[in-house]
Design a protein around this ligand. Structure first.
Ligand code: 5GP
Length: 116
């Protein structure tokens, strides 16, 4: 299901509250409302032009690089610098919000799983 504006655009516009931990011109990051790890942040390009990471990689590779760099810095700031970065891509893969976002999962993660 695609909502316009997306929930994330409404967070960016401050129409929906969120615990924002980072923001610049192109990227915002905030805590996931239903954390699956001790540190679970969503790193989100502000544009809702790209539904998933494949579209982002094709359409604006530099913005994808920025998302990775922000995730890395937040892992240093909020955890021990080590993290799992997950981009659910498609409904059957667990994607529910079709505005590209990275899940930055840090802290002690469950063994033997690939995240949520
Ligand atoms: P997806 O399933 O699309 O990969 O990830 C969407 C994520 O957004 C989920 O982990 C979900 O918990 C989170 N989420 C959904 N609605 C909200 C919200 O209103 N606020 C925040 N902070 N996270 C949300």
């Amino acid at each position: 299901m695609t909502e316009t504006p997306s929930i994330f655009s409404r967070i960016i516009a401050r129409e929906i509250p969120a615990d924002v931990v980072f923001e610049n011109d192109r990227v915002i990051a905030f805590r996931d409302i239903a954390p699956k790890a001790p540190v679970h942040l969503l790193v989100v390009p502000k544009t809702e032009k790209y539904a998933n990471v494949v579209e982002l990689a094709t359409g604006d590779a530099a913005l994808l690089v920025e998302v990775v760099a922000v995730a890395n810095q937040l892992a240093i700031d909020y955890s021990n610098g080590e993290f799992r970065l997950v981009f659910n891509t498609g409904e059957s893969a667990g994607q529910t919000i079709f505005h590209v976002h990275a899940h930055m999962l840090g802290g002690q993660l469950a063994e033997g799983t690939l995240g949520d």
